[in-house]
Write a protein that binds this ligand. Structure first.
Ligand code: IVH
Length: 690
C-alpha cells in the first residue's frame, strides 16, 4: 500500500523542484533543465495530485491556471495609495528636484539616490499572507485602479510565471522578511510588462484571427491583465518586475537598495539595471547609459525613476498631492519627429488585406531614419484627417512600426491639399477590393494576386513557420521575377533548376546550395508548421498546433466537418468555417497534393488523448504481471479514460492483478466487470486511433 506520508513527501519534493526551475527560468533567465524535463516533472506532479486531490494547495505549480473565467473584477482598497510620479524632462528639472529634496532635509544629512529603469507597463500590488507551513503565499493581486481602490486580478496574476505563488520560511529568513522569527504578511509592488517578442506574437495571432492589433506593449499588457480568460493570460508571457516592498503600507526595509535585495532573495524578479549613487552627476551618467540600453532591451522603458534611497528620509519628505517628494521620473524624449507626408501606397498582405502606408520625407528619429509609417486602415486615415502634403507627427516605439499620431497645424506647417483616396482596385493585380460588412479592412480577393503570392511565400519561409533561411524579401522577389517560383510547392522543385537559380544576380554556387539545403531541411518541419504556413485565415501558430495535436494528420483535418473542428479547444465557428472553406477550394487542394508529393510532414505525433476510453473510469488494484501502476495509468489516460482510487457503482472496470484485495471484492459485490492485464491491453488495443 502507498503510504500517504510518502505521497505527501513526493508531492512536496516535486513542487520544490518545479519552483526552483521556474525561478531559474522565469526570474533569473538561467534554465538548467530542458523544457521537456520540466514538463515531465510537471506531469508527474499533476498525476499525483489527480490521484490525491485533497493534497492540492493553491500555491502548487499546477495551480497557475486553475481559475475559472471571472465575470468581472472585484474592487479592493490599497494599503496605501498607488501614486504616480512627477516628471522631469531634462537635467535642470532634475537639479531643481534634488535641491528641493536637500532643502527639505537637515543640511548635515547625506542623501543617496537609487536609480531604476522606468518600465513601460502597468503597476500591480501583490499581497502575501502567512501559511500554516511557516511561509507566505500570494492571496491577492490588484491593479492600480484609481490609485486608492484597485481591481482584483488575482486569477490572472497567478498565471504570470515570474510572480512567486509562495515564499518558503527559509527564503523569508534569507531575505530578512521574518517578523520575530515568524512569517508575516507583506506587499510587493512592481510593474507588469509584455516583452516585445510576446507582443509581436500576440499581434500576429490577433491579425490571423481578424482582430485589431494592440498599439503598443503597454496597452497589450493592460488589456491582457484585464481579460476575463485566465487561459489567455497564461499564454501571453507577461513579466512582473518587483520594485517596492511594504508591510502594513510602510516601506519594510531601511533602504530601497535593501528592499530590492530582499525581493531578489525572496524569489522575485527585480530588474538588474539599477544603481545607487551619491550625487546628481552620477544620476545623469546613469540616464545616458539607460538611454543607450533602451535600444537593446527586450521590453519597453520610457525613462528612469530616481528615488531617495533612505526610507526614513522618504517618510520625512512625504507627498505633495498625487506624488511623492522623494522620487521623480526622468522621461526620455519621445521617439517622435515631424515630417511631410509625400504620398500613400497601398500594400497587399498575404490574406489580401490592404494596408495604407505613409511615404514620408526622410526624418531622423532617435538615431533611425524613418521613411515610411503605417496608417493602419481607411478608418484611421479618416480619424487623423490627414492629407497628402500635410506635416505629420511620427512616433517610433522601441520595436513597433513607426506610426502617424497626428497632423501638425501651424503657420510653418501648411496644410496639404490632396485627399488620400483609398483605391477600389488592387494596385498589384487590378482585382477588385472588397470590404466585408463589419470589418475595417479592404481586401484583394484575387488568390493569384502577385502581391499575395509574394507575401504567402515570405510567410511560409519565415522564422516560426518553415524557417527557410536565405529566403527573404530579396530572394523571393528575384525568384518571382524570374518565374522560377509561382507557388509554394515550386520551392521544392528548385533543386532541379539549379542552373537557373545560379543565373540570378548575386547568387553564387555557395549561396544557391545553402538555399537548396535549407529548403530540403524544411521538409522536416512538424505538421503544425506546415499547416500554419499554408496561410489559412484565422489559423495562427497556436491554432495550427492545437489542430495538429488533435487530429494527428493533415488528412484528418481536411476530412473534418465544422462540428469536428469545433471540438478543438479554441476553435470556434468562424475558424472552423475558414478551414473547411480553404480545403474546399480546388487551388488549395492542388497545393496540398503538391506539398504531399514534395514530401512534407503531413502527420503529427498524436499527443492528444484518444477517445475510445472517454467517459470510462477504471480502478487499478493488485500487482499486474508486466505493467507498473504508473504505466497502466498513463496508458488508460492516454486513451481518454480516468483512473480512480476507489470502486463504486460508477466504476466501468476494475483491473486486478495479484494480491488484489478489498477493491476486487467490492467490484464483485457491485457487479463491476473485472479485467486482468491482458483484458486491459485488449481494451486499449480497441482504443488505438486508427
Ligand atoms: S516607483 C509612488 N519604480 O511609473 C509611485 N514606478 O509614473 C512610485 N513605473 O505608476 C512608483 N517603473 O507604474 C516606480 N522602477 C519603477 C517604475 C515605476 C515603472 C511606473 C509605475 C508608476 C509610474 C509613475
Amino acid at each position: 500500500m502507498e503510504s500517504r506520508a510518502r505521497v505527501t513527501h513526493q508531492i512536496e519534493v516535486l513542487r520544490q523542484q518545479l519552483r526552483h526551475h521556474e525561478h531559474l527560468y522565469y526570474v533569473l533567465d538561467q534554465p538548467e533543465i530542458s523544457d521537456a524535463q520540466y514538463d515531465t516533472l510537471m506531469n508527474e506532479l499533476k498525476q499525483l495530485e489527480a490521484q490525491h486531490p485533497e493534497l492540492i494547495t493553491p500555491d502548487s505549480p499546477t495551480q497557475r491556471v486553475g481559475g475559472k473565467p471571472a465575470d468581472g473584477f472585484g474592487k479592493v482598497a490599497h494599503s496605501r495609495p498607488m501614486l504616480s510620479l512627477d516628471n522631469a524632462y531634462n537635467a535642470d528639472e532634475l537639479r531643481a528636484w534634488e535641491q528641493r529634496v536637500r532643502d527639505a532635509l537637515p543640511s548635515t544629512e547625506t542623501v543617496r539616490f537609487e536609480c531604476e529603469l522606468k518600465l513601460d507597463g502597468l503597476s500591480l500590488a501583490l499581497h502575501y499572507e502567512p501559511t500554516a507551513q511557516g511561509g507566505v503565499q500570494l492571496v491577492r493581486g490588484l491593479t492600480r485602479g484609481d490609485g486608492t481602490v484597485g481591481e482584483d486580478v488575482t486569477t490572472n496574476v497567478r498565471t504570470i510565471r515570474s510572480v512567486p505563488l509562495s515564499v518558503s520560511h527559509s527564503q523569508l529568513s534569507l531575505a530578512g522578511l521574518l517578523l520575530q522569527g515568524a512569517a508575516a504578511a507583506f506587499e510587493v509592488r512592481g510593474e507588469v510588462v509584455l516583452p516585445y517578442a510576446a507582443f509581436r506574437k500576440m499581434n500576429e495571432e490577433r491579425e490571423a484571427q481578424g482582430l485589431a492589433a494592440a498599439a503598443n506593449p503597454r496597452n497589450a499588457a493592460a488589456g491582457t491583465l484585464r481579460t476575463l480568460e485566465p487561459n489567455v493570460v497564461a499564454q501571453r508571457r507577461l513579466e512582473f518586475y518587483a520594485y517596492f516592498l511594504l508591510r502594513e503600507g510602510e516601506m519594510l526595509q531601511p533602504l530601497q537598495t535593501q528592499a530590492l535585495e530582499s525581493l531578489r532573495e525572496a524569489g522575485f524578479r527585480v530588474n538588474t539595471h539599477t544603481r545607487t549613487v551619491a550625487s546628481l552627476d552620477e544620476v545623469l551618467r546613469f540616464l545616458d547609459e539607460a538611454e543607450a540600453l533602451r535600444e537593446t532591451l527586450g521590453y519597453e522603458i520610457d525613462g528612469v525613476v530616481i528615488k531617495v534611497d533612505d526610507t526614513a528620509q522618504q517618510r520625512r519628505l512625504g507627498f505633495t498631492g498625487k506624488a511623492p517628494r522623494w522620487a521623480i521620473a526622468y522621461k526620455f524624449a519621445a521617439r517622435a519627429g515631424v515630417t511631410q507626408l509625400q504620398g500613400v501606397s497601398f500594400q497587399v498582405g498575404r490574406t489580401g488585406k490592404v494596408t495604407p502606408v505613409a511615404e514620408l520625407m526622410p526624418v531622423l528619429i532617435s538615431g533611425t531614419t524613418v521613411t515610411r509609417a503605417t496608417l493602419h486602415n481607411a478608418d484611421e486615415i479618416a480619424r487623423l484627417g490627414v492629407k497628402i502634403g500635410d506635416f505629420v507627427q511620427v512616433e517610433r516605439g522601441g520595436d513597433v512600426i513607426p506610426k502617424i499620431v497626428g497632423v501638425v497645424q501651424d503657420a510653418t506647417h501648411p496644410r496639404g491639399a490632396t485627399e488620400v483616396v483609398f483605391p477600389k482596385v488592387c494596385a498589384e493585380c487590378g482585382g477588385h477590393l472588397v470590404k466585408v460588412e463589419g470589418e475595417v479592412d479592404w481586401r484583394c480577393v484575387n488568390a493569384s494576386c502577385p502581391a499575395r503570392i509574394r507575401e504567402e511565400l515570405l510567410h511560409f519561409a519565415s522564422r516560426g513557420v518553415m524557417n527557410v533561411e536565405g529566403l527573404g524579401d530579396v530572394m523571393v522577389g528575384q525568384l518571382l521575377a524570374a518565374g522560377l517560383v509561382k507557388t509554394i510547392p515550386d520551392l521544392y522543385q528548385l533543386k532541379i533548376r539549379k542552373a537557373e537559380l545560379l543565373a540570378l544576380e548575386r547568387v553564387g554556387e555557395k549561396s544557391a546550395q545553402a538555399l537548396l539545403d535549407e529548403i530540403e531541411r524544411s521538409k522536416q518541419a512538424p505538421l503544425a508548421r506546415v499547416l500554419y504556413g499554408m496561410g489559412i485565415r484565422f489559423v495562427g501558430e497556436r491554432t495550427a498546433q492545437l489542430l495538429a495535436e488533435h487530429f494527428g494528420s493533415l488528412d484528418a483535418i481536411i476530412r473534418a466537418s465544422t462540428e469536428e473542428l469545433e471540438a478543438v479547444q479554441e476553435v470556434g465557428p468562424r475558424v472552423a468555417g475558414a478551414i473547411v472553406e480553404f480545403f474546399a477550394e480546388a487551388k488549395n487542394q492542388q497545393l496540398v497534393e503538391a506539398l504531399r508529393e514534395a514530401g512534407l510532414n503531413f502527420t503529427a505525433e498524436k499527443k492528444v488523448r484518444g477517445t475510445a476510453l472517454a467517459g470510462l473510469t477504471l480502478v487499478l488494484t493488485g500487482t499486474l504481471p508486466t505493467l507498473t501502476r504508473e504505466d497502466a495509468k498513463a496508458m488508460i489516460e492516454a486513451a481518454g479514460g480516468k483512473v480512480s482510487g476507489s470502486v463504486s457503482k460508477k466504476t466501468s472496470y476494475v483491473v486486478a492483478g495479484e494480491e488484489a484485495g478489498s477493491k476486487l471484492e467490492k467490484a464483485q459485490a457491485l457487479g463491476v466487470p473485472v479485467l486482468d492485464e491482458a483484458g486491459l491491453q485488449e481494451l486499449l488495443q480497441r482504443a488505438q486511433p486508427q
